[in-house]
Design a binder for this molecule. Structure first.
Ligand SMILES: [Zn+2]
Length: 422
């Protein structure tokens, strides 16, 4: 706006500002400060046919992520005037090599939690939402934090999408302007709806759900989240996008996130195990049932983590597999699923609708007998049956098989939490 005033007043040539896109916040002292949302703004400018943008120096690296645009960076208004007058033109910003991203937490650090390690591997391979139940200290958070490292790195388009969201949210680390790895967001259960989904006054900010786009949204102590908040998550997770309404307008953000829920067995969550727990069976049941409902209905994997005992700890000491090893298996399994789903819009087993599972990707009856018996006994619902089939396909892809056998169906059945209603 300052540039337009200067041009209108004849202080600088009008032609000079004609095609120029200027971003930044002007301080009263003439300094130009960094702003949020530079990347999406520059992307929009490029799409509108602009080939030059002027941004605050603090945002230069971020703006330079857009290839087709020349970036001019400055610190104050004086520099802009000198540039527009032609006395001291701004030098185009040269994008340096992107800094290496910090290393991700390694799965090799998780000792003695075989079932949990397997669960995050399967979740990563099939894109399944995951529910980890277990006492404090069982490693629920450690496991959840290691899920993003098992997911494939973001492709260029996804990286720009995720970076744009973090740019608007104001959570982009200045030293790593491009987000290339799936992110991990872990909002606290006391977080407001705005913090979780998005909102705020003035410019609408995306919440944790959107910042976890193409990454992982971890809800620790999930039963402590207000029921209304959990229910609100369901539809955006299903659609992969969320629209936030505010008096000032509405904004739509993508939110294709993978959900990990974690819960303690009871409200007192005694670390010492059941002997010290003072909760009644009714209290325990009521606590766990807080999670049931439409959100949990979308969760394919429900795994019960035992407390890590000394024996289990020693048992697992034989050098657990590292993230690099498991991520490679995950990538192969994802490729196999992608090949099978070629010609559809789906890429992951978790996305395959129940009908398609039954009509198109048929598993031989002989392999299904265990699951069918569970269905007949009533210990598995029809929806639960579909979930078992989806997970069985992922296990089959991980094992390098073309179709799930009885072993994969049995393991998929085992990856269900018995305590929680199907
Ligand atoms: Zn208790």
């Amino acid at each position: 706006m300052a540039a337009a005033v200067l041009a209108a007043a004849g202080a600088v040539r009008r032609r000079a500002v004609d095609r120029l896109v200027l971003l930044g916040e002007l301080g009263l002292d003439g300094s130009v400060r960094g702003i949020r949302g530079v990347l999406p703004a520059v992307l929009a400018a490029a799409r509108a046919g602009h080939d030059q943008v002027v941004v605050p120096a603090a945002n230069a690296a971020e703006a330079a992520l857009v290839d087709r645009v020349q970036v001019l960076a400055l610190d104050n208004l004086t520099q802009l005037v000198a540039h527009l007058e032609g006395t001291t033109p701004l030098v185009p910003y040269e994008r340096g090599a992107l800094p290496a991203e910090p290393p991700v937490p390694d799965l090799g650090d998780v000792v003695g939690q075989t079932a949990g390690r397997r669960a995050v591997e399967v979740a990563a391979a099939g894109g399944h939402h995951l529910y980890l139940a277990g006492p404090p200290g069982a490693g629920k958070t450690m496991l959840a934090e290691r899920l993003p490292g098992l997911l494939p790195p973001l492709d260029e388009e996804a990286a720009l999408e995720v970076t744009a969201i973090h740019s608007i949210a104001g959570t982009l680390p200045p030293e790593a302007p491009l987000v290339t790895r799936p992110t991990f967001e872990a909002p606290h259960h006391s977080a407001t709806m705005a913090a979780l989904i998005g909102g705020g006054s003035g410019q609408i900010r995306p919440g944790a759900l959107c910042r976890a786009h193409r990454g992982v949204l971890f809800l620790d102590e999930a039963p402590e989240f207000p029921r209304a908040v959990l229910d609100t998550l369901r539809q955006p997770l299903e659609r992969g996008q969320v629209t936030i309404q505010r008096a000032a307008g509405a904004a739509t953000f993508p939110c294709r996130a993978q959900l990990v829920l974690a819960a303690n067995p009871c409200p007192c969550a005694s670390a010492a195990g059941d002997s010290a727990c003072t909760c009644s069976p009714l209290e325990r049941r009521r606590y766990q049932s807080r999670l049931s409902g439409p959100l949990l209905d979308r969760v394919d994997l429900r795994v019960d983590l035992p407390p890590v005992t000394r024996a289990a700890w020693l048992d697992g000491l034989g050098a657990p597999e590292s993230t690099a090893v498991v991520a490679e298996r995950v990538a192969r399994a994802r490729a196999a699923a992608g090949e099978r789903l070629a010609g559809t819009e789906l890429r992951l087993n978790s996305e395959v609708p129940g009908r398609m599972l039954r009509e198109r990707f048929v598993i031989p009856r002989a392999s299904l007998s265990l699951a069918e018996r569970a269905l007949e006994r009533g210990s598995l619902s029809v929806r639960g049956f579909d979930r078992v089939i989806r997970v069985a396909w992922t296990l089959s892809d991980l094992a390098g098989r073309t179709v799930p056998g009885p072993d994969q169906v049995a393991e998929a059945l085992g990856m269900r939490l018995q305590r929680v209603a199907a």
